[in-house]
Design a protein around this ligand. Structure first.
Ligand code: HEM
Length: 534
């Protein structure tokens, strides 16, 4: 009797403690005077976030609460900032206070050591060192060398479309894009001659698909967000499962890493048999200290990064110490390039095609531009592609309307920060509401309308680049941006050079059905089209 009374008392006190601790956590934004939707004690605002979708929440919450909104994913507070001036401060000028990215999935993105070595999750000095080593691999001169690799893969894609055109068959071009982007990034990042486009049993294709499928489930994600207390149990469990799968030889990550490690070994053994791909560029960087000869001005890409460039490099280049990249960092970043560069690129190509079939006049104008450039240049290489101004406008507009990762531009505040009356304590996750920015009528005329002309050099652009962030902004922006744009431009230009793409009933409307995944978007039902030879 006494024992059960004692147990009940203990449980009640534990419950009361948990309740007051939880309430305190949920008052985080209230205490800071930051408005936002009312969180519930267990899920925060996660239910609305999932039910409505993060793109709708971004827009609705910004409209309702203003440019600074505090909301909770489970117990995790997220501060969404849509004010371009504050964003410039956070992402560029005061970058050193926001240099890190919070883990996308609580407890890390990928198990077994990868998370700690991949650029996306590296922090502080380690991030700077690896970013500085990897950045030159995406310089103009290096990208030029990758053009042939991309064009080789495009040849196969054109043959597949030609076959469909000759049989007058409708087809899901999104599937073709999935295969070609996988082939390109596989060859470019892993140095493996993949056959994803022609062989559905291709080793690479199967392992990548399995890896993407076996990434964390939505339920596990929700539980971890709502009850981070369980993370100490979750993380070792996830790692153990992955280790067992690796040991038994049925871990897709393990298989891919093993294949990549073999290529690294081979290339080191016979340096004369070098190929031109991202892996080789990383190996070269490992061999020679390229950093010292690389112009500092090229290390960050955007104009707004100017202040940062001077500050960061003056402050930190000297204390970086080690410039080299380790073998495990090379492997981790090969895998990361694959994950970061595959779905983003094929999604953008899918949405681009959707707009092209629904706007035949845009498609025709593009074709004319491509043909006129080809009359002078003969081939679609790095130099001719850079002359396709209208193609650049079309892709920019697609990326405005459908930025593939609109919930991924996040920063962790690593030292207390103030901007006017706004105070952000150390440890807070700050999110750029990319979707809300891209559809904000204060910055874009008729934001719901597809209009590539808004990116024409003659048009007045929004006064700041901070309101356009498909690739993020500042020094921690997307490192693969130029590679992705080059790849997508070559693919679109080559297709339109030879084919007229037409819509199917399913594709024939302005609004494409889109599916939201953890933090990215994809076309829900693919992109069904038919093709006619020009
Ligand atoms: C259309 C294609 C792509 C889009 C829309 C895209 C978008 C993004 C975005 C929004 C970020 C976060 C930026 C920020 O926080 O400011 C990012 C980061 C990153 N992306 Fe991309 N990406 C694309 C293609 C690629 C490709 C092809 C690669 C590699 C070959 C790549 C590699 C990376 C890496 C490594 C990071 C992390 C950078 C860091 O933390 O320093 N991405 N990307």
């Amino acid at each position: 009797m006494i024992l059960s009374l004692l147990i009940s008392l203990a449980l009640i006190s534990l419950g009361a403690y948990w309740y007051s601790w939880r309430r305190k956590k949920m008052r985080f934004f209230e205490d800071l005077g930051i408005p936002g939707p009312k969180p519930d004690l267990i899920t925060g605002n996660l239910r609305e976030y999932i039910n409505k979708g993060f793109t709708r929440c971004q827009v609705e919450w910004t409209n309702k609460y203003g440019n600074c909104v505090g909301y909770f994913l489970g117990i995790k507070p997220i501060l969404s900032i849509g004010d371009p001036d504050i964003l410039r401060d956070i992402q560029v000028k005061e970058f050193l206070s926001f240099a890190d990215r919070p883990p996308t999935i609580p407890g890390g993105q990928t198990p077994v050591g990868l998370a700690s070595d991949a650029l996306i999750s590296l922090k502080g000095q380690s991030w700077k060192r690896v970013r500085n080593i990897l950045t030159p691999t995406f310089s103009s001169s290096k990208l030029k060398q990758l053009t042939q690799l991309i064009n080789d893969a495009v040849g196969i894609l054109l043959n597949k479309i030609r076959e469909k055109a000759s049989k007058r068959q409708r087809f899901d071009i999104y599937q073709f894009y999935e295969q070609i982007t996988l082939d390109i990034i596989g060859r470019a990042a892993f140095g493996i001659k993949t056959n994803s486009q022609t062989d559905t049993n291709d080793f690479f294709l199967i392992n990548v698909q399995q890896m993407l499928k076996s990434s964390i489930s939505k339920t596990a994600f929700i539980i971890q967000l709502c009850f981070p207390e369980l993370l100490p149990f979750f993380i070792p469990f996830r790692r153990l499962v992955e280790l067992i799968r690796m040991w038994r030889g049925n871990s897709p990550i393990g298989q891919l890493l093993e294949a990549c490690a073999k290529v690294v070994k081979l290339r080191k053994k016979s340096p004369k048999e070098q190929r031109i791909d991202l892996l080789q560029l990383m190996l070269d960087a490992q061999m020679s200290d390229e950093l010292e000869t690389f112009p500092k001005s090229e290390l960050t890409s955007d104009n707004d990064s100017q202040c940062f460039k001077t500050k960061l490099f003056n402050e930190n280049l000297s204390d970086m110490g080690q410039h080299s990249i380790s073998n495990s960092e090379i492997l981790a970043n090969c895998l990361l390039f694959l994950l970061a560069g595959y779905e983003t690129t094929c999604t953008t190509l899918g949405f681009t095609t959707h707009f092209l079939v629904n706007h035949p006049q845009v498609q025709e104008k593009l074709r004319k531009e491509i043909n006129s450039v080809l009359e002078k240049e003969k081939a679609l290489d790095y130099s001719s592609i850079s002359k396709l101004q209208y193609l650049d406008q079309v892709l920019s507009e697609v990326l405005r309307m459908y930025p593939p990762v609109p919930a991924f531009v996040n920063r962790e505040c690593i030292r207390d920060y103030r901007y006017g009356t706004l105070y952000i304590p150390k440890g807070t996750t700050v999110q750029v509401p990319v979707w809300a920015l891209h559809y904000n009528p204060d910055y874009w005329t008729e934001p719901e309308t597809f209009d590539p002309e808004r990116f024409s050099p003659n048009e007045s652009q929004p006064t700041t680049s901070m309101v356009y962030q498909p690739f993020g902004e500042g020094p921690r922006n997307c490192i693969g941006k130029r590679f992705a744009l080059l790849e997508m431009k070559i693919i679109v230009a080559q297709i339109l050079r030879y084919f007229i793409l037409k819509p199917d009933e399913k594709t024939e409307n302005e609004k494409i059905m889109m599916k939201e995944k953890l933090f990215q978007i994809v076309p829900r039902f693919g992109v069904i089209v038919s093709a006619e030879s020009v």
